[in-house]
Design a binder for this molecule. Sequence first.
Ligand code: NDP
Ligand code: GDR
Length: 347
Amino acid sequence: MARRALITGITGQDGSYLAEHLLEQGYEVWGLARGQANPRVSRMRKLLSDVQVVRGDLLDQGSLISAVERVQPDEVYNLGAISFVPMSWEQAELTAEVTGMGVLRMLEAIRVCSGVSRGASAGSSAQICSGQIRFYQASSSEMFGQVSETPQTERTAFHPRSPYGVAKAYGHFLTQNYRESYGMFAVSGILFNHESPRRGAEFVTRKVSLGVARIKLGLATELRLGNLEARRDWGFAGDYVKAMHLMLRAGNPEDYVIGTGRMKSVRELVDAAFSAAGLDWERYVVTDQALHRPAEVDLLCADPKKARAQLGWEPRVSFDELVAMMVESDLRLLTDGGDPDQDSSWP
Ligand code: NDP
Ligand code: GDR
């Protein structure tokens, strides 16, 4: 029988690539989607017609229990989150609820449906799902924040610099705790920045690729950006979702750092993207103090040795290939009259 996966965050970048990958592997894929008329669900359905949708919200414990009960998954991938770091200062409490407490609610839904009791004194509870449900938590390199060593490994200390990073650290430790407390197969992937033509337009790579395409097509004359000196380890989302799957198929439940091991600055990103379209970035980029963050993460760089050795995982797409892919895709999108601000199209 086909394995069944339940993905929260199905309408997001990673949800779409992971669903594609799992469908290719012969899985039956279910996506948890919130809202009564979420336009991102129809965009996802256009691309992934084989994904089945179950309603639910990471803010609503009962809806998660119902979703797990209905889907009876073998694997749950918790990708749902408020994921845009600047928003986490503006809506810190909501970020804590969705990105942090949402992990607790999902783990509890799995624990309850699996009939795992809290201890000998709690008595046994009914098992609603047969078999063990494996759980993947989308942890983030933002937990490292102000780094104590470079590159960062699974053992590097956390010093998050945003309410988002703090919420992710809570979810990370909780996932470990459910593994240790209840023997659950619960793991975290500590993923570094990963991008694609399906990346949200608010994140810097996509903001830059869209900006380049608009300037190239005469639709804009400048691109406003914040801190050009920040350095990140950028990879391709299509490569990274394969690591999520490998972690849940591994023999033992363990956490892994996933990244390329190479760091570039925002300035280098901008240079590469404008060059890919035959433009000189210095003529168009304007820096704007208002786009700087209250506390910045200056640099992040992965040491993915453990994933390579134990999972056989390797990133395939290089930084230059990724940037060229995104710029080409946005040039095509805008030439065809697509509107990225309406979330209308996904390549
Ligand atoms: P996106 O921002 O593209 O997607 C976020 C998803 O979360 C959307 O599907 C959104 O659904 C969903 N969501 C938001 N609020 C809720 C809620 N209350 N209940 C249920 N679902 C909700 O993120 P990515 O795909 O880029 O990232 C996936 C995960 O990986 C996130 O948890 C992110 O924090 C984490 N991560 C991402 C990295 C990256 O570089 N991309 C790196 C490290 C970690 P809706 O359409 O309803 O808004
Ligand atoms: P990040 O990604 O915060 O690392 O979180 P983002 O692309 O937003 O920022 C990366 C770096 O670029 C600098 N920057 C700008 N960023 C944005 N968004 N817009 C700008 O105009 C701009 N100018 C400079 C930022 O200051 C920052 O240093 C992403 C998200 O996907 C998280 O959910 C995930 O956990 C981490 O990656 C790993």
